[in-house]
Design a protein. Structure first.
Length: 278
């Protein structure tokens, strides 16, 4: 067996995902831009901090949370993932463990009830956490949780509960990273561009052009898989679940996914339940 490398669905080497927090009104415009260019991502919500129905914000107020009704209307049919962000957006590592559990589980429970799905993703409120918080997340059924660490690379995450991003959208290196992401000789390894932020920041800085330029540059390409955070997680973990024979000549796919891979320059895939020679 030679070097066998994961490929994303369709045999693609590259994937792109976005992650945005707080459930604010500016997400409406962001989702419009994402859909325009075929991007997908995850919106991390505080179900205990929705605005009350009928809320009218004063002129100039930037951080405008949506009501429960607005949240449902926006995300339910958007094709985006919704994920936990803490019930009330607390500093989780400062809470007694039982209250940390409540913040995570109640937010998850509320979102599952509202959207009729199983919620397994999360982003840390304020980007802060501790080893104890990480342990609690695993016990609460959270599969991954995004930090605010920027790596400036496109590596596939290994520690899903301490998941970094490639960069924030206000990173001065954003477009340089986007261009490097497309370089055919950058690496033969699978590449993931993970972008995060808050959509209200575009209004705050009057720089909606930043995300528009980024989306236009990387959107609508056949060689990139556009996915939500949980879709990335599920596919990568399916790849990591493949079972290889001792001599490396056979592989079995025990998952429900068709898994694509590159074996010494040859593109191939293995269907769910299939055993094949490689």
């Amino acid at each position: 067996m030679g070097q066998v490398l994961m490929r994303f669905p369709g045999g693609r080497q590259r994937a792109l995902t976005l992650s945005y927090d707080d459930g604010v009104e500016q997400d409406v415009k962001l989702i419009d831009i994402m859909k325009k260019y075929g991007l997908k991502g995850t919106f991390n919500l505080n179900s205990g901090a929705y605005a009350t129905e009928g809320t009218v914000y004063p002129a100039g107020h930037i951080h405008r949370r949506m009501t429960k009704k607005q949240v449902g209307e926006l995300y339910l049919s958007s094709g985006m993932e919704v994920a936990v962000h803490g019930l009330t957006h607390p500093f989780l590592q400062e809470l007694p463990p039982v209250l940390c559990v409540q913040e995570v589980l109640k937010d998850r429970e509320n979102l599952e009830e509202q959207f009729g799905c199983i919620v397994r993703g999360m982003a840390y409120p304020f980007g802060t956490y501790s080893d104890e918080v990480v342990r609690i997340l695993g016990d609460c059924g959270i599969a991954y949780s995004r930090t605010v660490q920027s790596t400036h690379n496109f590596d596939i995450p290994r520690d899903w509960l301490r998941m970094p991003a490639t960069c924030h959208h206000n990173d001065p290196e954003l477009m340089a990273l986007a261009k490097r992401f497309l370089e055919p000789t950058y690496s033969s390894m699978p590449q993931l561009f993970y972008l995060w932020g808050h959509s209200y920041e575009f209004e705050e800085r009057d720089n909606w052009n930043v995300i528009e330029e980024f989306a236009k540059f990387l959107g609508g390409r056949e060689d990139i898989w556009y996915a939500t955070n949980i879709e990335i997680y599920d596919y990568v973990e399916a790849w990591r679940s493949l079972l290889f024979s001792a001599d490396g000549k056979r592989v079995f796919n025990p998952t429900a996914f068709e898994i694509f891979y590159n074996n010494m320059g040859q593109e191939a895939s293995i269907k769910p339940g299939e055993t094949k020679l490689i």
